[in-house]
Ligand binder design. Structure first.
Ligand code: SF4
Length: 391
């Protein structure tokens, strides 16, 4: 097994984040069932102003993290282009993550591309209008999303398609993957539910179902680039599957899967995706809440991630890089060996670490074990080089 099976950032993650998610507004015209932000149609009067936004960008300029302008719906802000331009002028790479609504026009997307924005993401939680529109709460959203996806591709954006996985849509994953293959995307990211915001009311998958989806996602990674958000133990699954491949061990008899895996694999085979590549296309990256990731909300509060609602300061008072480096919660999130939990004892804690957001949402502590991981430390196959290669 090579260390490239899980990619490591080439920067010191104790000093600077790899990615910053910035909720430039909480306003949004959709009413998605899982919405972390519980977004409303109206902008908050205390949102960060453009001049405050520029100060935040000045602080990030020496670190140059990937900046994702998100929301709510970032297209609700008329000065989105000004923020994006200021970031590009500071040589900070920028991505936009609009909600699929009529506010997204081809002209506005082209303008952002001219400014220098090169990456865009889009949510697709179903393979049909019936599923997707019900999930997003507004009829016609499926068609709007497909139109925006086509514009992204025509303009030249690198596209990330995001799919939130719930009991509601899990059986449509193969059909969505097929859409990603046919319509083209840089990567497909499965968001595993964190029961926070409006997502509190949704029924989550079981831990075994997570395992099944992640093993299937590993398979699909031989056709399309696939990753997870708040599904950190996918990195453990990747390492285990690679260990089986390298050692010539049949993975099905080593790593237990359930009926959901069978279903997803059968559906995927029935869609005839063609021959797989030898290796998965883009190995997942080791970043986690507060460890490579920082989130700023619409009024400037800073969090280790958008799904972990423990405020650690405000950019109006403290520069965000200072919060990232010095706040005790951020520091401890980067020290998994100090967590007194299964994730803290786990061999994979430095590459996985589990979802700190889900631990907080379901167990009340950001250092608790991820309740949706079935792994118990010490189970085979545990690749010795996991210890040797990862600090
Ligand atoms: S026990 Fe925790 S650290 Fe270990 S694989 Fe599971 S989620 Fe990751």
């Amino acid at each position: 097994m090579e260390s490239t099976d899980v990619r490591q950032a080439r920067i010191d993650l104790h000093q600077q984040p790899f990615m910053v998610f910035w909720e430039v507004t909480r306003a949004c015209d959709l009413v998605c069932r899982h919405c972390r932000a519980e977004a409303q149609p109206w902008r908050h009067p205390a949102e960060l102003s453009l001049s405050e936004a520029l100060r935040v960008l000045d602080d990030f300029a020496p670190a140059r993290p990937l900046l994702v302008l998100t929301g709510g719906d970032c297209f609700k802000r008329a000065d989105l282009e000004d923020i994006a331009r200021a970031a590009v002028e500071r040589r900070i790479p920028v991505a936009v993550s609009p909600s699929p609504t009529p506010l997204v026009t081809q002209e506005r997307l082209a303008r952002l591309y001219e400014i220098g924005v090169r990456v865009a993401s889009l949510s697709l939680d179903g393979a049909s209008p019936a599923t997707f529109d019900a999930f997003r709460g507004v009829p016609g959203t499926f068609e709007t999303a497909l139109r925006i996806w086509a514009w992204f591709r025509a303009i030249g954006y690198k596209v990330q398609i995001n799919t939130t996985v719930t009991r509601f849509n899990v059986r449509e994953l193969p059909a969505i993957a097929r859409m990603v293959m046919e319509r083209g995307a840089m990567t497909w990211s499965l968001f595993f539910l964190v029961r926070t915001g409006r997502g509190r009311t949704l029924r989550d998958l079981s831990a075994q179902a997570y395992e099944d989806v992640m093993h299937w996602l590993y398979d699909v990674g031989h056709w399309i680039s696939a990753k997870t958000t708040e599904g950190h133990h996918f990195k453990r699954v990747v390492l285990q599957r690679r260990a089986c491949e390298v050692e010539g061990r049949p993975w099905r008899s080593t790593l237990p899967t359930g009926r959901l895996y069978e279903y997803l694999a059968e559906q995927w085979a029935a869609l005839q995706p063609g021959p797989p590549r030898e290796r998965i296309l883009r190995p997942p990256m080791h970043v986690n809440s507060g460890h490579g990731i920082l989130f700023i909300d619409h009024v400037g509060s800073v969090y280790p991630s958008g799904f972990l609602p423990i405020p650690c300061g405000n950019v109006r008072v403290t520069p965000p890089l200072t919060i990232y480096r010095e706040h005790p919660l951020f520091r401890r999130l980067r020290q998994p060996e100090t967590w007194r939990s299964r994730c803290g004892r786990c061999e994979f804690r430095h590459v996985c670490g589990g979802s700190r957001s889900r631990a907080y949402a379901l167990r009340g502590s950001p250092f608790a074990a991820d309740p949706r991981c079935t792994y118990r430390p010490g189970r085979p196959p545990v690749e010795r080089r996991v210890h040797a290669e990862v600090p």
